[in-house]
Design a protein around this ligand. Structure first.
Ligand code: COA
Length: 160
């Protein structure tokens, strides 16, 4: 981990992180809609309730961001997957995304993941910088992954 698990940059106590609850999902969906051209619908988040890697960041009681990550068994190995991460536009650049990613990686490690992968748009420099800071390396391109002509970069890092 290249950054300590703290979101505090301005001397405050920073956001708190907890598992997602159904009552969070409207706020989550709103942030998702503001963050992505092809947002996940409400039901997609609903399916991940109870997943240990579905975490919420709270700032003053409000949902400031979230991450969705899980672990799958594949040929005897446990692969973590960060499926979605977003921070409300008003809260970006303050460490919330780093804190969410850090906690998600800790959950994946605790659930036995040997490595973790994610997909990121080739043009998403902000997210790519975040992932590189956390030790993710590009593995391969997936042409037209998003169905709008843009490639995804699959990034991967080892855990543990
Ligand atoms: C990507 C995202 C989750 C990062 O969350 P965040 O809370 O802003 O991230 P942090 O404040 O923890 O910043 C972490 C790193 O991200 C990068 N970053 C953050 N804001 C940035 C900016 N304005 N310009 C360039 N890089 C930036 C930097 O590498 C930063 O580290 P640094 O501050 O030490 O340089 C957030 O920008 C977001 O929700 N984007 C829209 C959704 C999205 O693209 N999700 C990723 C899909 S793969």
């Amino acid at each position: 981990m290249t950054r300590p698990a703290s979101g505090a940059r301005n001397g405050d106590s920073g956001p708190s992180i907890r598992p997602a609850e159904r009552a969070d999902l409207l706020a989550v969906t709103r942030i998702e809609n503001e963050s992505f051209a092809q947002p996940w619908p409400y039901d997609a988040f609903d399916r991940f309730l109870g997943e240990p890697g579905f975490l919420i960041a709270l700032e003053e009681g409000e949902v400031a961001g979230y991450v969705v990550a899980d672990v799958t068994r594949n040929f005897g190995r446990s692969l973590g997957h960060v499926k979605d991460i977003a921070v409300h536009p008003d809260h970006r650049g303050a460490g919330v995304g780093s804190l969410l990613l850090s906690r998600a990686l800790a959950v994946l490690t605790a659930h036995g993941a040997d490595s973790v992968k994610l997909e990121v748009r080739r043009s998403n420099d902000r997210a790519k910088r975040l992932y590189r800071q956390f030790g993710f390396e590009p593995l391969r391109f997936v042409p037209d992954y998003y169905g709008d002509d843009e490639d995804a970069i699959v990034m991967i890092r080892k855990l543990g």
